[in-house]
Design a binder for this molecule. Structure first.
Ligand code: UD1
Length: 426
């Protein structure tokens, strides 16, 4: 298992190019199952989860062509689908495999998808996805760890009026993909408004889908008989951009982020500015971040978009360890998303966690020590803590970070960080 070795204390300076959004690439790749025609995708980040998604699509019989390995351009064509199955072996490494359920049901009227288990940050059920599909006429059973779904009498899913009890990002995407080929109209109320959902809407519309209400919490979909091929470029990764904003801020550096979408980062930028970090929007795709001589504590509550993203909570906690005063962090989306806090404590941070609330008192001088990454964003937060810690930090289980950050070591080294990947033979 590889590790990262970081020697902290260097201010980061220079330019970082932001990659495409993993959480956009996953649903748009799954959407390729909706048509027999060719889908060409650009700006796919070179991260493990997308290799897993391409394996999953290939397992189902789609042809996935790439020019390089890893690739940022994919051509996917699902002329026929031999297997409407998402097997446990792939699903267990990537929960987002559930995103194939909606497209399979729309195209084939049948699907067998392994139930994603819980994960480190919470139980993460998929009950809302299933309830919505049932409302559209699917018959669903779960046995032997699999979701078995089918439309009776080899028919099509039917449009329905669906209200999500809770806002769910992949739930919205899954049912959106199910609805585009359903008979009649579907309304998705209390839908997620994340930019990644809007990106999927854009792509589906280019494939011929009839959708209204993007960026709002009600999506209206009029099902069509079939969809066609298209070409699509996924949006920039707002979480990678947010992570680099904090990397610039925490090291008191000066970073310019290119290829990003400042519009998608409004709540993150506003929060960082509240702590004294200077952020300048240079143009529609470029941001500049400069550290503050003194960071000031600011409370944060995670929320669905356009609120402060739960996927930025761990990285924000790293910054809060360096801010003057008490920062109260409230995590409203996932029930167990503070696993990074205990590792930061070992580095010298002052953090108390009580249920969904964490109080970080700072500034605390951090010192390097061996730490263990527990999930994707937690790993990023430990990298950030390591960048500012005195001495050497060794992060174990970095396979988590490889799931979602393209070339993080190379990008950080390019702006002056002292970080190396240690290849450790098991
Ligand atoms: C997506 C993102 C993930 C992000 C999360 C919240 C992808 C691939 N992943 O995950 O990075 O952290 O949104 O912004 O896009 N819930 C239920 N029942 C369901 C579905 C969800 O109770 O059927 C709950 C979850 O347990 C959680 C909340 O709803 O507490 C939000 O989860 P959801 O938006 O579905 O997260 P994901 O789509 O899995």
């Amino acid at each position: 298992m590889d590790k990262f070795l970081i020697k902290g204390g260097k201010a980061l300076h220079g330019k970082v190019a932001i990659s495409g959004a993993k959480n956009s690439a996953l649903p748009v790749m799954a959407a390729a199952l909706l048509t027999k025609e060719r889908i060409t995708l650009h700006n796919i980040p070179k991260v493990r989860d997308l290799i897993t998604m391409s394996k999953l699509l290939a397992f189902m019989g789609a042809k996935v062509s790439i020019t390089d390995i890893p690739a940022s351009d994919y051509v996917i064509q699902a002329v026929t689908l031999s297997d409407a199955v998402a097997p446990y072996e792939l699903v267990k490494t990537m929960r987002a495999s559930i995103l194939t359920l909606g497209p399979l049901m729309a195209r084939m009227g049948v699907a067998r998808v392994s139930l994603p288990g819980g994960c480190a940050i919470g139980a993460r059920p998929v009950d809302l996805h299933l309830a919505a599909l049932e409302k559209m006429g699917a018959e669903i059973t779960t046995d032997h760890g699999y979701i078995q779904a089918k439309v009776p009498n080899e028919g099509r899913l039917k449009g329905a009026n669906i209200t999500f009890e809770k806002i769910t990002v992949t739930g919205t995407e899954n049912i959106l993909m199910a609805a585009v080929l359903a008979e009649g109209e579907t309304a998705l109320n209390n839908a997620a408004r994340e930019p990644e959902v809007t990106d999927l809407v854009d792509m589906l519309r280019k494939m011929g889908a009839q959708i209204e209400g993007d960026c709002s919490s009600t999506l209206r979909i009029r099902g069509v008989e079939k969809l066609h091929g298209t070409e699509h470029t996924v949006i920039p990764d707002r979480i990678e951009a947010g992570t680099f904003l904090i990397a610039g801020a925490i090291t008191d550096g000066d970073l310019t982020l290119t290829n990003c979408a400042p519009d998608h980062l409004a709540s993150i930028i506003a929060k960082l500015e509240q702590t004294g970090v200077r952020i300048e929007t240079i143009d529609k795709t470029t941001l500049r971040v400069q550290g503050a001589k003194k960071l000031i504590a600011a409370d944060v509550t995670t929320e669905e978009y356009p609120g402060f993203a739960t996927d930025m909570q761990a990285q924000y906690m790293a910054l809060a360890t360096q801010a003057q005063g008490a920062s109260v962090i409230t995590e409203t989306i996932f029930e167990n998303r503070y696993l990074h806090a205990s590792e930061m404590l070992r580095m010298g941070a002052n953090i108390t966690v009580d249920g969904r609330r964490a109080v970080v008192r700072g500034p605390s001088p951090l010192t390097g020590t061996p730490v263990i990454a527990s999930d994707l964003r937690a790993s990023a937060s430990l990298v950030l803590a390591g960048l500012v810690a005195e001495g050497e930090t060794v992060i174990d289980r970095v396979y988590h970070i490889d799931r979602g950050y393209e070339d993080i070591v190379k990008k950080l080294r390019g702006v002056g960080a002292q970080i190396v990947r240690l290849h450790i033979k098991d």
